[in-house]
Design a protein around this ligand. Structure first.
Ligand code: ATP
Ligand code: CA
Ligand code: CA
Length: 412
């Protein structure tokens, strides 16, 4: 995994996985074009399509330079229906997934999964364990019953489940919506569960460029929490309550709320600083632009591909656009920190594929159970949901007090 050395997953080079799955996905989407749209049938959730990709190519697969592989597409018709539910046209999905190299995300979770981001910032592809893939397959009909009734949700949206097979190794992958814009600086990032047991970012994590902090770090950084307008606050909490009820109904736990914070006032100060240092003849070395200026402007001004999926849309809230700062992606939830600085929050629920019955880190579970004082294991998913909601509603998010509301935003 080290710098310079190539990243591998199950001893397969990541670049090979990336290139091969793009070929696989391209083939899968192309194949769907000949199948007319129709109502979903229960069996659509169970189908698996397998394609061989020999070096020299075949009647329906291109020649390639990767190792020969098999590519499985799970429930292709069902996933097409879900993509349609979120307004994703087949051509757009194909463009996002296959027209440019994927980008590997710098900080994967502890599980060893790798994450790829599509170049247009819309989708994330995550490798998942066998059990998680199986669980998603079983979950699918019920889960989408909920999303169909209510697409305004902070729950993850899954747009594909695949398996790349090479040298008798299986790499299972899910495609889902990306929550965090990569072309805007996130001054802080948190993975929050509402637990305090071992919920502190490790030293290695903290040394990263853009670390993902945890619950205890949040409480330290934001002792008073993040402040939202009353309407926004209730919209957010209501959405999370509804979402947690769905997760609890599937006995899911261990999920997190991923929160990215863009601090508008901080960004302003950084801009001024950068200008000063260029004027004084120093190098203009911002570490932010990952994309070319052209690309960046385009992605910011463009509508998101995935319908009603920004944080604001997910909680069904509206607010006045931030006009003074046009260099910011749409859809962040406006908030303030205790100092009154203006923030934009990008957030959503992640990592829901570990069902309670399939948990493997038993020892950790046992210890944290004792730590949390929740020893009645049957109740765990409901205990988890309740604690999660409590933490979000009381510790993380607060209604804005009137004293903060009209305070000047730029204080020294
Ligand atoms: P573990 O099981 O050890 O918690 P994991 O490998 O299952 O880890 P996740 O918890 O799903 O990984 O995610 C790890 C990190 O990847 C998150 O903290 C976040 O930074 C990033 N991430 C995950 N899903 C998304 C998403 N949909 N959009 C943006 N970033 C994401
Ligand atoms: Ca996780
Ligand atoms: Ca996980």
């Amino acid at each position: 995994v080290g710098e310079g050395g190539e990243i591998t997953y199950k001893k397969i080079q990541s670049s090979q996985i990336m290139g091969s799955i793009q070929l696989g996905i391209q083939h899968a989407i192309g194949g769907l074009a000949s199948k007319p749209e129709r109502d979903l049938l229960m069996q659509d959730f169970m189908t698996v399509e397998t394609t061989n990709f020999p070096h020299e190519g075949s009647n329906h697969t291109p020649a390639h330079h990767y190792s020969e592989f098999k590519f499985k597409t799970y429930a292709p018709i069902a996933f097409r229906y879900f993509r349609d539910l979120f307004g994703i046209q087949p051509d757009d999905f194909l463009m996002s997934m296959c027209s440019a190299p994927l980008r590997e995300l710098g900080n994967p979770g502890a599980s060893g999964s790798i994450f790829y981001l599509t170049n247009d910032d819309e989708f994330i592809i995550k490798t998942v364990q066998h059990k998680e893939g199986e669980f998603l397959q079983k979950l699918l009909p019920g889960y989408y019953l909920n999303l169909d009734q209510n697409p305004r949700t902070l729950l993850p949206k899954f747009f594909g489940l695949y398996c790349y097979q090479c040298n008798s190794k299986n790499v299972r992958l899910v495609a889902m919506n990306n929550l965090l814009p990569s072309y805007v600086k996130l001054h802080q990032k948190y993975d929050l569960k509402g637990s305090t047991y071992k919920r502190k970012a490790s030293k290695t994590e903290r040394q990263k460029n853009s670390p993902t902090y945890k619950d205890l770090d949040f409480m330290e950084h934001h002792t008073e929490g993040l402040f939202l307008e009353a309407d926004t606050y209730s919209a957010l909490i209501k959405t999370m309550q509804r979402d947690c009820r769905v997760l609890e109904s599937f006995k899911i736990m261990d999920y997190s709320l991923l929160v990215g914070i863009h601090n508008l006032d901080e960004a302003q100060r950084e801009k001024t600083e950068a200008r000063k240092s260029t004027e004084s003849g120093q190098s203009d070395d911002e570490d932010e632009p990952k994309k070319s200026g052209l690309n960046r402007t385009r992605s910011i001004n463009r509508q998101r591909l995935v319908a009603h999926s920004t944080a604001m849309e997910s909680i069904q809230a509206e607010s006045e656009p931030i006009d003074e700062e046009e260099d910011v992606p749409p859809g962040g939830i406006p908030a303030r920190n205790a100092r009154g600085e203006r923030l934009l929050l990008f957030l959503g629920i992640i990592d829901i594929l570990q069902s309670y019955r399939l948990r493997k880190k038993l020892e950790h579970t046992w210890k944290s159970m004792i730590h949390d004082g929740d020893t009645v294991s049957v109740h765990r998913p409901s205990f988890y949901a309740q604690r999660f909601l409590d933490f979000m509603g009381k510790t993380v998010f607060k209604k804005i007090p009137s004293s903060l509301k009209h305070s000047p935003s730029k204080r020294k």
